[in-house]
Design a binder for this molecule. Sequence first.
Ligand SMILES: [Zn+2]
Length: 141
Amino acid sequence: MGKITRITVHHTGEHLADTGLDEGEILRRIERYHVETRGWAAIGYHLLVGRDGRVWEGRPLTCQGAHVTDHNPGNLGITVLGDFTRYRPRPAQLAGLRQALAVLCTQHHIERRALLAHRDLRVTACPGDALYAWLRAYRSA
Ligand SMILES: [Zn+2]
């Protein structure tokens, strides 16, 4: 992993209301997909923010993530459950994300301008316009 110098924010891209699945099942599906289909050691993100703002650990912060092609070393990956191309994040999710980012920035001496969205690094809609707008406001505050 090396020294952590930046954090990249993602969304999972599926909307829970559409899938009809509970959150535990969504997390298990992400894990199965990353481990069994993609062959990674564990879930590709370091942290996942649930609908209620709870933050789950995907893989230890000491291990390199698998969340942005060619940009994983030193880059923590945090994803928010949902599809924010179509929906707005819940206030509780944003509160959970804000708290997680604040703690990580303090612990690892990361400046707010080193908080990135997936789309800042690759051509992708991730993490959706709604979450991207929030992140831009947060990092420039
Ligand atoms: Zn992403």
